[in-house]
Design a protein around this ligand. Sequence first.
Ligand code: SAM
Length: 440
Amino acid sequence: MAGLAARKTAVRLLGAVIEASTSLDGLTDNEHGHPQYMALDMRDRALVRAMLGAALRHRVTISALLSKRLDKPLPANATALAHILHIAAAQILFLDVPDSAAVDLAVTHAKSDPRTQRFAGLVNAVLRALCRAKATELETALAGTHDAPEWFANRLAAAYGADEAGAILRAHRLEAPIDITVKSDPDLWAQRLGGIVLPTGSVRLEKLDGAITGLPGFDEGAWWVQDAAAALPARLMGDISGKKVADLCAAPGGKTAQLILAGADVTAVDASASRLKRLSRNLDRLGLKATVIHSDLMQLDPPDLFDAVLLDAPCSSTGTVRRHPDVPWTKTPDDIARLAALQRRLLDKAFTLIRDGGIVLFSNCSLDPSEGEELIAAFLGDTPGAEQDPIQPQEVPGIAPFVTPQGALRTTPAGLDMGSPSLSGLDGFYAARLRKRAAS
Ligand SMILES: C[S@@+](CC[C@H](N)C(=O)[O-])C[C@H]1O[C@@H](n2cnc3c(N)ncnc32)[C@H](O)[C@@H]1O
């Protein structure tokens, strides 16, 4: 039956995300993804990603509308059934798929699986009722929830206040636009690619029709994909032309490329061999060169100190939910605490690698203050010789709204209003510039 394999794959992957906290990025990787996903053609893969995106972005809304159609909650162990219902509901409520196709394929799927066979009638009845109810109930259901797990919504509210947290969670319901960093001439590339130039200089495309590799300028290495917020930390390192700079968590290399183009002599370090392969491929395409070192940062022992280092540390990625809607459902507060502790160890190490007067630019794509504001305050409080070098609102065009009173950079998906929701927002990023006091 046409389309059944895509539905079965989406249901299987939703299970892997929800039950096993597996990252969606890995499952849907076009080279090393889940075997069931890899067996699909590109069109079906795109459909699987769309179904999973909608199912995760609207998970609470979908649950609420499904449970209204059930006499009693599904048994806790009926996970296969729950995922079939969620993937079908995502199509019915949020995708441009005919209702009849979504329902029929879900019923056929339920009949084909021994765990769900006896529920095929229930799947049919619940989904048909949902098709009838959506016109009158969807809007109210959306208004009744932030579509986030409670722990995540509470944490954002504690950090940003109810209004800002609400705006961030509303932004998380939308797919992010595609941002591009160009080597030069953003106006020209915006015109060629059909995008706009953001105040910070990135080029933004509302959405992508087809593969990114097919766009003009890709093969010749004129640009690379990089969220507009992710493009800021490397630009906060001041004048690095001719300086010895290390990118300490470098792969896949978006910031490495920026540092090279700013004229620095760059060493790119990363602990992951496979991610470093991607970095090398990316730099090759862009025609850029760095010294690449495969090492755990904690073991790094370079012969000379650096003038500056960029530590774009591994984090909870809670700033990237628009692009990775699985994050709130796969990460936990314990993960955040563990990653914050790792970042602190990496920052302590990074600080030993710079000369007196040198800088560490610390950044990550988390929205959680324990991985940003609080971590830097603690580091400054107990690291002799470390001081904050406040970021100035004028030093990079367009950053003024994101500079905090402490002189750090904080972006959220609720920032950067470009007039329409589909063109607005930024990944959540934090960046702070730290200096090692020169010996007196
Ligand atoms: C947020 S990503 C970096 C993104 C990159 N800076 C960019 O802009 O393209 C974090 C990176 O840190 C690397 N990493 C994690 N732990 C590390 C460690 N102990 N030493 C070195 N690299 C590490 C991961 O492999 C991952 O590539």
